[in-house]
Design a protein around this ligand. Structure first.
Ligand code: AGP
Length: 613
């Protein structure tokens, strides 16, 4: 999950590349580096540092006096080789300067095949790739690329520059790029030719871009751009347009991207469902998703990871009681190595904010090979999962920069509810009257979330206790269990408090042994159908001294000694209570992490999009 940027044009490259890397930093931030080509001497200048892009920015004065309008930059999330300056990209070998996002799985064989033992400076697979490109470079960059990529097994997005041997050689003032699975987008605009891992880095210059087709060589010349397939045939790209501007990709006055994105939820949920309601009923006509694909289903299988998978759990709880067809929620990294029971009567729904999560993408590909109809729910237009699914319903959450997913999650659930309501209607499992009521309730959820966002003090108070905690438990039943899983993930990934989620009824089968005096338990009890059972479980942890933070509907009456802190949501049906409950859980995680002085937006070891296994 690294960040890549390349530029060739008339603007000074060093500052431009570093500014682009700052916008890509959420993709990985172990180390960073740039390589720029000196306009006068044609030599390369490479600076790279461990840590955030800010560290690299501090090294910019080393390039003072150098004019360069062509270069490449990279932010790293380490996969092969530790986090250190020498392992930071760009890497050079012989006459090749390159950077890479992905994993070259056959790197050991390549060391043998190309006699690289004792010649490598780093522990990275990327340097080995540079050596392979160099081995094939005889003065023709594209020829070298065509031959070299045939040697690689794995995933890659490369940006490559070649060092001229001498003046006699044709100017290699170009940047070359090629991808397989790992994402790359590009654009040619007034300010020059750009290439990047995602549009966020380019939005300052243009909102139009194209997705680099796999196994095609992109050449970024001085304000020129050519794309050709492996046989040299020219390819004309289809440009896409993002509907947000640079302010959407900035903090907008909030302390962290995460808070900005939490606060955006009411609006982006409304924006996502708005164009998909016609005469009070759900409509996917504008998404070109026909009702026919929802008829005669024998099963629905969700494939997703992390928060996206948790959204799938909420969708299952909504649709299964209505449709009475088995709905399974599958961890994509498990699903892709199983032998799933899939046929032409299976609908596979791939949920992904980034649309680039490799496990979800490969699970989707597997299900297609098995004959499933596939539908993607993704937030990034033109992303790999969107492009490889039979059908796609985009969420309009806008760019989600914070590594911890918040608005994407609730927008995914709202979108899945629209789809679920459409599936129910297509199978005559829901009357139009009931569907209109469902949609009216769905249109209320933005207001329910807003009621939480407008009253954050009780939540801040609750996190004062959590700030000092080393462990925390989340318990709930039904949807409250799905929400507990999400709340637990949110808390641990940004506050580093070891949190676990448990089905409330399951706790007594072992784990309750860990509940001792003062252990925080966030009890989610919003589901009316199982409320009394959850209350019994809360009494069980209470009896062992737990510090209970209870989330429930307002107006509900409980014993005053049942919990230390009560956080309430507006009264609403079980399926819709997940929205305000999510906002509470997101804010609990946010304030706990912030109180601990941690980097809320870029937590350690993580990256926004997991494009490696
Ligand atoms: C969520 O807070 C995490 N950052 C992570 O679990 C994320 O949801 C997961 O990696 C899936 O990402 P995707 O939605 O982009 O596929």
């Amino acid at each position: 999950m690294c960040g890549i940027i390349g530029y060739n044009g008339n603007l000074q490259a060093p500052g431009l590349l570093i500014e682009g890397l700052e916008r890509l930093e959420y993709r990985g931030y172990d180390s960073a580096g740039i390589a720029v080509k000196d306009t006068k001497t044609s030599s390369f200048h490479v600076i790279k540092t461990v840590g955030k892009v800010a560290e690299l920015k501090n090294r910019l004065p080393e390039l003072d006096g150098i004019s360069s309008t062509c270069g490449i930059g990279h932010t790293r999330w380490a996969t092969h080789g530790g986090v250190c300056e020498v392992n930071a990209h760009p890497h050079t070998f012989g006459r090749v300067v390159l950077l890479h996002n992905g994993i070259i799985e056959n790197h050991r064989e390549l060391v043998e095949k190309f006699g690289l033992k004792g010649k490598l400076k780093t522990q990275t697979d990327t340097e080995i790739a540079a050596a392979v490109f160099d081995a094939y470079y005889q003065g023709n960059p594209k020829e070298a690329i065509r031959k070299a990529v045939k040697e690689f097994i794995g995933t890659y997005a490369f940006c490559i520059m070649f060092v001229e041997e001498d003046e006699a050689e044709a100017s290699t003032d170009e940047i070359y790029a090629i991808r397989s699975v790992s994402p790359l987008v590009a654009t040619l605009c007034d300010d020059g030719a750009f290439i990047s891992s995602d549009i966020t880095a380019l939005i300052k210059y243009t909102n139009k871009y194209f997705v680099v087709p796999e196994n095609h060589i992109v050449t970024l010349g001085k304000n020129t751009m050519t794309i050709e397939d492996m046989r040299g045939h020219k390819f004309t790209p289809e440009y896409l347009t993002v509907n947000w501007d640079i302010s959407a990709a900035q903090k907008g006055g909030y302390k962290h991207y995460m808070m900005k994105e939490i606060m955006e939820q009411p609006d982006v949920i409304a924006a996502t469902i708005h164009g998909r309601i016609s005469d009070g009923l759900p409509s996917l006509a504008n998404d070109n998703v026909p009702d026919d694909i929802f008829k005669g289903l024998h099963s629905i299988q969700i494939v997703a990871c992390g928060t996206a998978m948790h959204a799938g759990m909420v969708f299952k709880a909504m649709i299964e009681p209505i449709l009475r067809v088995p709905v399974t929620v599958n961890i994509a990294s498990e699903y892709r190595y199983q032998d799933p029971i899939v046929d032409e009567h299976t609908l596979v729904i791939a949920i992904s904010q980034s649309g680039e999560t490799i496990d979800t993408l490969e699970a989707l590909r597997l299900s297609k090979r098995y004959g499933a109809t596939t539908l993607a729910v993704v937030n990034v237009q033109g992303s790999s999962i969107a492009r490889e699914s039979d059908y796609v319903v985009y969420t309009y959450a806008g760019p989600e920069i914070a590594v911890a997913s918040t608005k994407a999650y609730t927008v995914q659930i709202a979108t899945l509810y629209l789809i679920g309501c459409r599936i129910a209607l297509a199978n005559k499992k829901m009357t139009q009257k009931a569907a209109k009521q469902f949609i009216r309730n769905l249109e209320q959820v933005s207001a329910h979330i807003k009621s939480i966002l407008d009253n954050q003090e009780p939540i801040k108070k609750a996190t004062k206790y959590l700030k000092k905690a080393t462990d925390a438990f989340f318990i709930g039943r039904g949807n409250d269990y799905a929400l507990s899983l999400e709340g637990s993930l949110k808390l641990k990934e940004i506050s580093y408090i070891h949190a676990e989620a448990y089905a409330a009824g399951e706790l007594k089968h072992g784990t309750i042994a860990l509940i001792t005096e003062g252990v925080p338990v966030i009890a989610v009890a919003t589901q009316r159908t199982v409320f009394s059972k959850t209350i019994s479980n809360i009494r069980e942890v209470n009896a062992r001294g737990a510090y209970v933070i209870l989330i429930m509907e307002e107006q509900t009456v409980v014993d005053k000694d049942l919990c230390k802190i009560k956080l309430t949501i507006p009264e609403t049906e079980d399926v819709f209570s997940v929205f305000p409950t999510s906002a509470i859980l997101q804010l609990i995680a946010y304030y706990s992490a912030d109180a601990r002085g941690l980097d809320v937006d870029m937590p350690r070891n993580l990256a926004k999009s997991v494009t490696v296994e």
